[in-house]
Design a protein around this ligand. Structure first.
Ligand code: PEP
Ligand code: MN
Length: 373
């Protein structure tokens, strides 16, 4: 798939505005606040949700079509391009009627191929730019699939928005970022613009700046940030919104670094480190392979004695010991959990193959392979 840019060459692209359009005054106050304060940096797109997909019923579900007139006023009075979320064909037709410049597909819609297809069909024959948020669940193919449906409808000005993934239990983030997925997307589609929605990743104000810095350091094309004149009394997502002044201050505090440099010193230093990293990666793979070899040996013993694969007590003790070691070595708990989960999952699958496939030890093809170089 090939894409055309939605935004001009200036980087970072900045998209800002309230979570929801609440009143005409609130929408206009936000837009004027951003324009007035934001000579540098000026924003590239003004956002406001008109139809709001809320997790629980009874919450504010959006102002609906009357809000589109407010967005039109924002355009007329500030010259900013505007964007809102669409979840079905009717939303698309309303937006086209009122001249909304860019549409976005929300995380709860990207998960549903029927809805995405309906939106793509409604847009066929236009060249309206569309931002596609990641689905709420970390499903890379579903995200790419939504982009593909729009592309098949003839749209080319498409960008992706990374807003993190739902989680259950304790996390620093409202939606865990899983940075590798947008990185994979950038690698697979180098001409696709990718924006980081730090507000929905963080869910809280105090970690917005560090998350924006992270996004800059990963070379995102830009940021989407929820901005509200009086965030504490916002009708949706109050805890994560910031004022126009706080937005400008935050953007001023994050550092946009060069993608790369030709400086020979830099190249030499980085080469040396990369060489060491390559060696370590090779060692890591060998070590994991050795570990899996032992896991398979245990699989044969369990099969022999008819003992279940999952041993919760043992696993709990192992995780605890690793947390302890990881902490001493400056590895985050989040990373350690992800790493151990992946190891555990692979171990279980390898033992399952041994238990259930009736394959004799000598016939397991990968057995002993780690010894080869
Ligand atoms: C939003 O941008 O306000 C929104 C509802 O986002 P998401 O689809 O990412 O939850
Ligand atoms: Mn929101």
């Amino acid at each position: 798939m090939q894409f055309q840019p939605i935004f001009d060459k200036k980087r970072p692209v900045l998209i800002a505005g309230p979570c929801s359009a609440e009143t005409e005054e609130q929408v206009l106050a936000t837009a004027h606040g951003l324009v007035r304060l934001a000579e540098k940096p000026t924003i590239d797109l003004f956002r406001a949700g008109i139809w709001k997909p809320r997790t629980r019923p009874g919450a504010f579900e959006g102002i609906g079509t009357p809000g589109l007139k407010w967005l039109r006023r924002v355009k007329e009075e500030t010259g900013l391009r505007v964007t809102t979320e669409v979840a079905n064909a009717q939303h698309v037709y309303e937006c086209l009627k009122y001249g909304v410049d860019v549409l976005w597909i929300g995380a709860r819609t990207t998960v549903n191929p029927f809805s995405v297809q309906e939106i793509a069909d409604a847009l066929e024959g236009t060249d309206v730019p569309v931002l596609v948020k990641n689905p709420v669940n970390p499903d890379y193919k579903l995200w790419v699939g939504a982009i593909e449906r729009l592309h098949k409808a003839g749209l080319r000005r498409i960008a992706a928005v990374h807003r993190g993934f739902s989680t259950y239990g304790d996390s620093k983030y409202r939606n865990v970022p899983r940075w590798q997925m947008p990185i994979d997307l950038m690698q697979e589609f180098p001409d696709l613009e990718v924006i980081c929605d730090i507000s929905h990743i963080c869910g809280r104000r105090d970690i917005l700046a560090e998350t924006a810095q992270k996004a800059y350091d990963l070379n995102y094309d830009g940021l989407m940030v929820e901005v509200h004149p009086t965030p504490d009394v916002a009708w949706s997502d109050a805890a994560q919104q910031i004022t126009p002044a706080q937005f400008v201050e935050m953007i001023g505090s994050v550092i946009r670094r060069a993608v790369t440099t030709d400086d020979p010193d830099f190249q030499e230093q980085i080469e040396q480190f990369r060489h060491q990293i390559d060696e370590l990666d090779e060692e890591i793979i060998h070590l994991i392979a050795q570990r899996m070899h032992l896991v398979r040996e245990i699989g044969y013993v369990k099969k022999d004695k008819n003992v279940a694969i999952l041993q919760p007590e043992r696993w709990r003790a192992l995780v605890e010991a690793c947390h302890h070691r990881a902490e001493k070595n400056e590895l985050s708990r989040e990373f350690t959990n992800l790493f151990l989960e992946a190891i555990h999952q692979e171990g279980i699958e390898q033992q399952e193959r041994i238990m259930n496939d009736g394959v004799a030890a000598a016939e397991v093809p990968s057995r002993g392979l780690w010894l080869d170089d």
